[in-house]
Structures are given as structure tokens and as C-alpha cells.
Design a protein around this ligand. Structure first.
Ligand code: GLN
Length: 196
């Protein structure tokens, strides 16, 4: 059985659990760093990146999550989670986990567009995908190893770099579980590779 952990410090983690379970995998809410040893992949949910970072520091999660990724275990960052994965945040000296070669802009769609929905084509994953954006960031630039999976109005909103996956929107808030299923598949593949 593949077990996906959802970082449960703040934000929309319960909805991610529901989405993972809908794909047939097992999901656990991760609140202590020791639980990282019991999971095969980790989802970092949306919420408020500065708040999640504060709690990551409080519960001593930063280095353990980084090591989890460096071992080759997949991590999926959604919305605030994407910001936490990024190696560069526009207009800020702050970097959180910094494991994914992307430059992000927070709250990038402007105040008039606090939240909206859009139909996206996600390369290799889904066509006509109903994406929910809430005070969303977008990706301004990606490194050579990072593949762009989806754009909206010319802005990058989903990307993958090996075992790291990130999106600007909230894949856990609809009944379209195709992007979650893609992550579960990445985790299943990494499990096979890591077992060799
Ligand atoms: N605006 C939030 C941030 O900067 C992200 C919003 C979200 O996760 N829905 O952290």
C-alpha cells in the first residue's frame, strides 16, 4: 500500500486526504517530523505560506522535509505549498525549502482576482481540468530540469522537476482527482526505484 502524508500544520489538508483516498491510496495527516519515516510521498497544502513556514520552524520540520526530498521521495506543493518548494520568491529574500528550481510570485493574479476557476490542459495528466485558484501564486521562471505542465493566461501554474510537483491552484477542492492521481503514480514509481 502506498501511503501519502499530508502536512497538517495549517491550510486545506483534510481535503487533500479525501482526494488521495479517492485515488485508492492511503493518506495520513503529518503533524510530527517522525511521521515522515512512515510515508512514501508528501503533499504540502495551500494555506498561508508564511504561517506554514512559522509552524514548520516551530515543529522543526524544515530540514527533515528537505532530507525527505533529497532521498528521492516525491513532494507535491499546492498553492502555498508551491511557494514553500520554490528556490526563489520574487520580491523577497525568503526561501523556505528551496528544493525546486522555480521562481514564484505570491498573490500574483491581483486583488480583483482573489479567487477564480479556469479550465486547464495539464500536460500528460488531464485535459479540461477544472482548476480553483485562491490568492494564487504563479511561476515566473523555471530551471532547465523543470518541466512546465500547465499555463493560464501565459503564466506557469503547474510544473514538475523529477520527483517534485507543484501547482498554483487547489487540486483538492473539486472532485477531479486526476492531478492527485498523477502524484500518487509518481510516488508508486519512486517506491519501486528506491527499493532497487
Ligand atoms: N497567498 C498565499 C500565500 O502567499 C497562498 C494562497 C493559497 O495557498 N491558497 O502563501
Amino acid at each position: 500500500m502506498t501511503t501519502i502524508g499530508v502536512l497538517g500544520l495549517q491550510g486545506a489538508f483534510r481535503e487533500h486526504v479525501r482526494s488521495v483516498e479517492a485515488t485508492g491510496a492511503e493518506a495520513v495527516v503529518v503533524k510530527k517530523k517522525e511521521q515522515l519515516d512512515e510515508i512514501d510521498g508528501l503533499i504540502i497544502p495551500g494555506g498561508e505560506s508564511t504561517t506554514i513556514r512559522r509552524l514548520i520552524d516551530k515543529y522543526d520540520f524544515l530540514e527533515p522535509i528537505r532530507q525527505f526530498g533529497l532521498q528521492g521521495k516525491p513532494i507535491f506543493g499546492t498553492c502555498a505549498g508551491l511557494i514553500l518548494l520554490a528556490s526563489e520568491i520574487d520580491g523577497s529574500y525568503d526561501v523556505h525549502l528551496g528544493v525546486m528550481d522555480i521562481k514564484v510570485r505570491r498573490n500574483a493574479f491581483g486583488r480583483q482576482r482573489e479567487s477564480f476557476e479556469a479550465d486547464l490542459d495539464i500536460k500528460g495528466v488531464a485535459e479540461g481540468y477544472n482548476a480553483v485558484f485562491i490568492r494564487a501564486p504563479y511561476i515566473e521562471g523555471v530551471g532547465e530540469e523543470t518541466e512546465v505542465l500547465a499555463t493560464y493566461n501565459g503564466h506557469i501554474v503547474a510544473a514538475q522537476q523529477g520527483h517534485y510537483l507543484a501547482c498554483s491552484f487547489h487540486p483538492e477542492l473539486t472532485d477531479d482527482h486526476r492531478l492527485t492521481a498523477h502524484f500518487v503514480q509518481m510516488v508508486e514509481e519512486s517506491k519501486k526505484t528506491l527499493a532497487l
